[in-house]
Ligand binder design. Sequence first.
Ligand code: NAD
Ligand code: MG
Length: 409
Amino acid sequence: MTQQNITILGSTGSIGQSTIDVVMRHPGRFRVHALSGNLRMAKLAEQAHYTQADCVIVPTDDAAKAFRDAFGLQGKIPEIRVGQDALVQTAADRETDVVMAAIVGVAGLPAALAAAQAGKRVMLANKEALVAAGSIFMEAVRANKAELLPIDSEHNAIFQCLPNVSKALACQTPEASVDRLILTASGGPFRDYPLDGLDAVTPEQACAHPTWAMGEKISVDSATMLNKGLEVIEAHWLFAMPSDRIDVVIHPQSVIHSLVQYHDGSVLAQLGNPDMRTPIAYALGFPERIQAGVAGLDLVALGKLEFDAVEVDRYPCLELAYQALRQGQSSCIALNAANEVAVAAFLAHELPYLKIAQVIEQTLDWECSQSQSRVSDLADVLQRDDAARTFAAAACQTSRDYHRASVNS
Ligand code: NAD
Ligand code: MG
């Protein structure tokens, strides 16, 4: 077997670190070509030493200096590439065989798309890329014969539960024998929290996820369940499934990662401990299965698996995502952009938790009032994303001013 070169975009994050863990278990099979990080240069330097990566991508010249200082004089320093263009170029490098797209947010879209356009095997964790640019992204996969392997645990589970025929690249119609897709959701840290106390919850509480250890943004998204909304949109694009055939069910244990219901009444599920190294290893090894370092399930210790309907009042963001998907690509861009802005404000203690849904709703309303034209390329997506961010930032500011005025009065 020829060794494959991996480029890990967002290597310093939660998914990036899990990817390095799996890759380094298989030295004959994979080697690390490139790593990227945005802020934590000491972490990136440590990873570069450990993996002996050929190159690293950092955001600025200052970050490059910080990386050099952190790397020190021991060992061969990797080539340092700087800026967003370097992310795009490295994702499409001749030396890159496989790209792990694990940058958070629309910031990761240009490089993930470049990997698809260059016909790479794309391991997609960056769900926001597909939410904002679904049709463009899937078309790039098809046109360039890229391989798209979902990393999100729910989509990876569905991928595993589909018959081999529908694992062909980027299908345009749903698999004929499939009735519905069922996404599981843990319900996040506020599943049983008193509804009238939600206005005062803190970022620290929102980030304390009961079953998964993840980055801050996706942790907040899990608390609001906007994450599940993004995943409904992601499933729509990955599996060409209409939104009314994608269901969500609460499953607090996060052991069943998702299910596929077939026309004959059979329901196939994928189970495992909640550890992202399993879907990462599945995508890295596909179609073979390789060691992930994850222990098997102890069913007896688990005892029982529970399921619940989603409480609409607790998770208004989920319905907003279905609404955006029904409305079309521009609304999905606005949904995602507004959420990124609102979550950043919440994490900075500048926006109350319950206002996240409100800012998204206002941005969706605003977007519907804009003149509608086709979103046909990356530039269109980024331009609309930018406009929606500007609107959402103003909505956050208004909410902040109102909050201050009511506290002072
Ligand atoms: P994280 O915050 O832990 O890591 C994000 C990575 O992106 C870091 O390496 C960071 O340096 C980089 N980054 C952030 N902003 C950037 C920018 N503007 N430009 C370039 N790089 C930037 O996030 P995570 O939890 O690892 O999630 C990464 C992606 O994977 C997200 O899209 C998330 O929704 C998805 N995902 C994560 C999990 C999980 O378990 N963590 C599960 C499913 C999907
Ligand atoms: Mg998920």
